[in-house]
Structures are given as C-alpha cells and as structure tokens.
Design a binder for this molecule. Structure first.
Ligand SMILES: *Cc1c(COP(=O)(O)O)cnc(C)c1O
Length: 227
C-alpha cells in the first residue's frame, strides 16, 4: 500500500520522539541511529521517508535490497542488510556494497565472505549477530562464544571490518526476558569496545525503547514507521 506522506510524517515523528525519550533516559550523550526497515513496504514509501529526512534503510533479503538500491541509486541513502545471508547470495551482496551487514552469524560465513571479498579486493563493515536468548529459531553465535569468535574473525579475516554486535530481542511477551536478552548482548558489546566495537544494533518496533535503555545505539524499525 502506498501511504500518505502525512501519515508517514506522523509515524516518523513518533518514532524519533520515542527514541529521543529513551536515549535521554540513558544519557544526553547517548546517540542512537535509526535504520528504517522497508521489507514490508512499497518503494514509494521509502522515497517519501527520504523526502521527510530519513537516510538509512534496511532490508532483510539480498534480492529486495538489490532491487531497491538500484532503483533508488540517485538518492544519497545508506543501505543496511539486516537479514541472514545464504552462502549462494554472497556475491550479490558484495556487488551492492551495503553500508553495513548486521547478520554475520558464524565463522563459516565469515570465512566465505572474506574469501569473496579478497577476490574482489573489497572490504565490508559487519556486525556479529548474537543469539542472546539462545533460541532455536534464531541465528547468531552463542553469547559465551561471542567474544572469542569476534576476535578470531578480526585476526583471520582482514576484509571483514567488524563494527560491533547485533541481536534480535527474545521472542516472548515477557518484558524481563526481552530485557535480559538485550543486557546479555550489551555486556558483550562493552567487552568488545576494547576491540574497537562502536555499534550495538538492538531493537525493533515492539521493543526499541527497551533496547535503547539497555544500551542499543542502532535500532531497526519497520512496522512502526510503515504500518
Ligand atoms: C523485520 C526486521 C526488523 C524490523 O521489524 P519491525 O518489527 O517491523 O520493526 C528488524 N530487524 C530485523 C533483523 C528484521 O528482520
């Protein structure tokens, strides 16, 4: 559905103010980036959000990311790949040169990406995805292994520029469990700041204020903007 610009303006204002409220409660120096997730919406709505001032957009499929980056090539946008990456899509993703890949979820994927990046003489900024609630249905490395894996990727795979960590909040209605999952990831992020990590990507429409209070500095919001 193509949405009215006024509706989008209203949604964007509300999300920005909600982020503002949450981040100020952490510290006035705590700055949070908003990545607008367009996976459920039409490209026209992404263009409208751009006209309203939004610059960073995320997609969870390489196919759609590619189509949109190509269609909106003339706009000065940042593009984030936030979804799991299948090995057979690595070349396509690399060709698009996204701003940040959020879902590096195994050493095997890191190795495969590094190999292709080396062939193309390219680097890519990435986040290590952590399965902080240890859910079967989610990808990501286990929290106990995250620091070691992060360091190993930095040592072995020079074309991968690790910038921090990403998690999806626990899939439950129970706020304390969601909070726990964010706190787990944030603790790992704090440890990794010594390794140069600067991004902690946590929070979606249902839980981004909580994620920010737990230290997230990058939220990925879709349905609250386009819904
Ligand atoms: C879809 C998606 C989002 C945004 O979800 P909403 O609930 O629509 O805000 C964020 N992160 C990832 C990894 C996603 O796949």
């Amino acid at each position: 559905m193509i949405q009215e610009k006024e509706q989008l303006r209203h949604n964007l204002d509300r999300v920005i103010w909600t982020i503002e409220e949450a981040r100020i409660s952490v510290s006035e120096h705590h700055i949070v980036q908003l990545v607008a997730v367009g996976k459920y919406t039409e490209i026209e709505n992404i263009q409208s959000l751009y006209q309203l001032g939004q610059r960073a957009f995320g997609e969870n499929q390489v196919q759609q990311l590619t189509q949109r980056m190509e269609s909106l090539e003339e706009l000065p946008l940042q593009w984030h790949m936030i979804g799991s990456l299948q090995k057979n899509k690595i070349n396509k993703l690399i060709a698009q040169r996204p701003t940040l890949f959020h879902a590096l979820d195994s050493l095997a994927l890191a190795e495969a990406l590094n190999k292709k990046l080396t062939e193309q003489n390219q680097t890519m900024a990435m986040l290590l995805q952590i399965n902080s609630a240890k859910e079967q249905t989610k990808s990501g490395v286990m929290p106990e292994e995250a620091v070691d894996i992060y360091q190993e990727i930095q040592e072995r795979f020079p074309q991968i520029r690790l910038k921090g960590v990403m998690s999806i909040g626990a899939h439950t209605e129970e706020t304390p469990l969601i909070q726990q999952s964010f706190e787990t990831t944030h603790r790992i992020y704090e440890t990794l700041q010594k390794e140069g990590a600067t991004l902690c990507s946590m929070g979606m429409s249902s839980d981004y204020p909580l994620a920010i209070k737990c230290g997230s500095n990058l939220v990925r919001v879709g349905s609250s903007l386009f819904g």
